[in-house]
Design a binder for this molecule. Structure first.
Ligand code: GLN
Length: 547
């Protein structure tokens, strides 16, 4: 029997600037190795929240939800989409989790007689988390991404732990990759290496020497700059990789491959994993040619209240890109800020002019809901393809109840928290959520089965499957007391939770495409297989431009 090699570690740090796309870099490297090897991706975050579930998306970007119910950073979305893996909550190591663990240990008496210190105790807890994952998951490769940049105070214990870790696991089993920025200042028109030199020096001070440097830049790195970085940073010129800016992030694995990154990793870690990039290449070609000269174009409105930061809806944007690649169509997004619509009712018609599809994404609270309801009414009445996700489904039910079933005063009881009184709570709190006080990690979260009703459009869209699994993040649901009335007026509840009366999918059969889902289909979409509901939304939108 072939002996399984020990887990190898690929550590990725960032320097110079935040926001260089470390998560995408990790995901892209993983993509290149994913054909042949078992991968897991760990993300270290310096903040003191246990997880990002309680953060405002405007501040931190989208909260990504895992199958096991973990609420994590949006980088996990990139990992899953590019590597084809299903990540787990304990792959996200936040300082919040580390400190919680240490304080519990201290109270339990695990450190009895000792002074509990940052070093060695905090670093030990971090290293133990890596080793524990290696033991339980048995991956060929474990990626470890350190959030932020090397200079950030809050990440120092992760870096110190990783410095020690190299000795613990043996240097033949670990590779350090540093992602930096190579500016081309206007006027100088030359790639500059100084910020990279400074950043690597900072990393060296922490006792970490990079084996590979990826330089983000507007253009491919020249041989001259590679040689300069190599000499100042003590690596080979071949180990300096261009991370050139691209319009389409799915092109990055292809660029890394051309730059020789897979080969470098193969030699350094003694792994053999040449990637098969045939289909990936084709999709990227379609996406690229669509951006330059699209054969056809649809405009999709995303109507939410976190539109100030597009990262709040990162997975939705990606799901649309996946459809572009498979349907050979350019999807242009029109962002509509729904809080603005509340005082500007007439704007709805203007906002949705020339739009072939509407998405109302997930959201919380009262602000923006009336604007969204008006948008939904317009899409329903004008036969514009509509996909309501989570809150977008709940408000579609509210709209239908008010305007089709004549239930004036219909709303979601969620808005009562803002002092609005609700006469007909067509959306109500989930039974087991009523007494929940704590906010962190307490929603109905993660993967749940959805039973699909036969002879519905959903059944067809999901390839005649009786049961599917999708990911959820909510506290409210369609009030079962109103389902009969809504059905009488033509709403079809085509998906529900097995053995529970939770409505999970709605549709209107007489509409070109009108769907609401209590789950988040965008979280499972990827370039290999776009989420079926998104695919059908775009397919229907394309019918409008054919007419
Ligand atoms: N606020 C709604 C709920 O809690 C919807 C949540 C969401 O859109 N993710 O049920």
């Amino acid at each position: 029997m072939k002996r399984k090699l020990p887990t190898k570690y690929i550590v990725v740090t960032g320097g110079v600037l935040s926001g260089l796309g470390k998560g995408i870099a990790v995901a892209s490297i993983g993509n290149l190795l994913s054909d042949k090897l078992k991968l897991i991706a760990v993300k270290c975050d310096g903040y003191l929240n246990t997880d990002p579930g309680t953060m405002n998306p405007i501040e931190h970007g989208e909260v990504f939800v895992l199958n096991d119910g973990g609420e994590v950073d949006m980088d996990f979305g990139h990992y899953e989409r590019f590597m084809g893996i299903e990540a787990k909550f304990n792959w996200n190591i936040t300082m919040g989790k580390v400190f919680k663990n240490i304080l519990e240990k201290e109270r339990r008496g695990d450190y009895l007689g000792k002074t509990v210190q940052f070093i060695p105790h905090v670093t030990q807890v971090i290293k133990d988390s890596f080793l524990e994952l290696a033991k339980t998951e048995k991956p060929d490769i474990m990626f470890i991404e350190v959030g932020g940049t090397v200079g950030d105070l809050e990440n120092q214990f992760f870096l110190e732990a990783l410095r020690q870790f190299k000795r613990d696991v043996g240097e033949e089993n670990i590779v350090n990759i540093h992602l930096t920025y190579i500016p081309i200042p206007s006027g100088v028109m030359e790639q500059k290496s100084k910020p990279t030199q400074m950043s690597v020096r900072l990393l060296n001070e922490k006792g970490i020497e990079p084996d590979i440097i990826i330089g983000r830049s507007r253009e491919f790195l020249t041989d001259a700059i590679k040689a300069k970085i190599a000499s100042y940073c003590n690596i080979l010129p071949e180990a300096v990789i261009s991370g050139v800016d691209v319009d389409c992030v799915y092109e990055i694995p292809l660029i890394y491959e051309k730059e020789g990154l897979t080969e470098l990793l193969n030699t350094k870690l003694n792994i053999y994993a040449p990637p098969n990039l045939r289909s990936w290449n084709q999709w990227v070609d379609t996406l690229k040619s669509n951006r330059i000269s699209p054969k056809r174009k649809v405009i999709i409105a995303i109507c939410g209240k976190y539109t100030a930061l597009e990262d709040s809806y990162a997975s939705i944007v990606e799901a649309l890109v996946h459809c572009e690649a498979h349907l050979d169509v350019k999807v242009e997004i029109k962002w509509i800020e729904t809080s603005y619509l509340e005082d500007n009712v007439d704007y709805v018609e203007q906002a949705l002019e020339n739009v072939q599809g509407v998405i109302v994404p997930g959201g919380f609270g009262h602000r923006g809901t009336e604007g969204k309801i008006r948008i939904i009414q317009y899409a329903r009445e004008k036969n514009i393809p509509y996909l309501g996700i989570c809150l977008g489904m709940q408000l579609a039910v509210v709209e239908y109840a008010r305007n089709k079933c004549s239930i004036t005063g219909a709303h979601s009881s969620e808005v009562e928290d803002s002092g609005v009184s609700v006469e007909h709570p067509v959306i109500t709190i989930l039974e087991n959520q009523a007494g929940v006080k704590d906010k962190g990690g307490t929603m109905r979260l993660g993967g749940h089965d959805v039973e699909i009703k036969k002879d519905t459009r959903a059944f067809k869209i999901y390839g005649n499957k009786k049961s599917i699994r999708e990911r959820f993040r909510h506290r409210y649901e369609v009030n079962p007391d109103y389902v009969g009335k809504l059905e009488e007026e033509g709403m079809v509840f085509s998906g529900k939770a097995p053995e529970e009366n939770i409505m999970q999918l709605i549709e209107l059969p007489d509409h070109i495409f009108f769907f609401g889902c209590q789950f988040h289909p965008e979280l499972k979409s990827n370039l290999r297989k776009p989420a079926p509901l998104f695919y059908e939304l775009i397919n229907s939108a394309m019918q409008l431009i054919k007419e």
